[in-house]
Design a protein around this ligand. Structure first.
Ligand SMILES: NC(=O)c1ccc[n+]([C@@H]2O[C@H](COP(=O)([O-])OP(=O)(O)OC[C@H]3O[C@@H](n4cnc5c(N)ncnc54)[C@H](OP(=O)(O)O)[C@@H]3O)[C@@H](O)[C@H]2O)c1
Length: 262
């Protein structure tokens, strides 16, 4: 896929992985990028940071249907077209299921999954008219291998992968590629309250994601060969992953006890 002059909408492009994806898109010749995010200051900062391209900011929350409708109406009015949707906005709240607030459970599902599905639905009318377009959904390594203390987050991210696969098959008559990115731990604001050893940089994740888009890959999995082996093991011998999780349960509990980025 040639990204030059494509019109792109990205959710959560004002920080972390999303912002690095914008940087990569600009490097590939994208000139028009619409960004949805909740914080106005973070959106405004993008305009000065990427002053060589047109940044169309839409302040909104992906879990609010009217904000999604406003986003698509704005893009329809300003551009009248859209080629690529990148569903990147996401939140996390770790902890035993019994200790997570109902609010954090509902909001993780609404932001990471329901909002992603609804934004896709509302953007499709424009995307289906693109001569060469794509939908990139950002899942997580936990979308393949679920771990204790991340039951709700992992559930939303596994669902994102399944949604991508179903949509790619549903849209086969259109020139629209649908793909999923599965980042490992990445050094962004989302991870500030977690205790993690080595992390990828958001630039690495963005580079792999946009290369995957250009090459029309279906799944971009961060974490290398080792991660691919673990995914195979999780599928073929899940009890081995259970044993690993059991052996590391207390350490993982300690490292994730304050992990929350909502
Ligand atoms: N960092 C990791 O280790 C890691 C690993 C695997 C997967 N991921 C996934 O990668 C994606 C990006 O994560 P990140 O680490 O870059 O997170 P981040 O640094 O916290 O950035 C999240 C971005 O999403 C926006 N956002 C959050 N909730 C939103 C909402 N309800 N509506 C609109 N925008 C919203 C934020 O802006 P506002 O706060 O202003 O809305 C921000 O721009 C997420 O889907 C995450 O689950 C991250």
């Amino acid at each position: 896929m040639n990204l030059k002059d494509k019109k792109v909408l990205i959710s959560g492009g004002s920080a972390g992985i999303g912002k690095s994806i914008i940087q990569e898109l600009v490097r590939h010749g994208v000139q028009d990028i619409a960004v949805i995010g909740r914080r106005k200051e973070a959106l405004d900062a993008l305009k000065s940071e990427f002053s060589s391209v047109n940044i169309l900011t839409i302040q909104g929350n992906v879990s609010e249907v009217q904000d999604l409708e406003r986003a698509i109406t704005t893009i329809t009015e300003v551009w009248g077209e859209l080629d690529i949707l990148i569903n990147n906005a996401g939140v996390v709240s770790a902890g035993l299921l019994t200790e997570q607030s109902d609010e954090d459970i509902i909001n993780q599902i609404n932001i990471n999954l329901t909002g992603l599905i609804l934004l896709t639905k509302k953007a499709l009318n424009l995307l289906m008219k693109s001569r060469e377009g794509a939908i990139m959904n950002i899942s997580s390594g936990y979308g393949y291998i679920a771990m204790p203390f991340y039951s709700v987050y992992a559930a939303t991210k596994a669902a994102v992968g399944q949604f991508s696969d179903a949509m790619r098959r549903e849209l086969h008559q259109y020139p629209l590629h649908v793909m999923t990115v599965y980042p490992s731990a990445t050094d962004t604001d989302m991870m500030k309250t977690a205790v993690v050893g080595e992390m990828d940089t958001p630039e690495d994740v963005a580079h792999m994601s946009v290369e995957g888009l250009v090459n029309e890959e279906i799944n971009v999995i961060l974490g290398g060969k080792e991660r691919e082996e673990q995914i195979k093991m999780n599928f073929l011998e899940p009890k081995k992953i259970d044993e690993f999780a059991k052996a590391h349960f207390d350490a993982l509990k300690e490292r994730t006890k304050s992990h929350r980025s909502m």
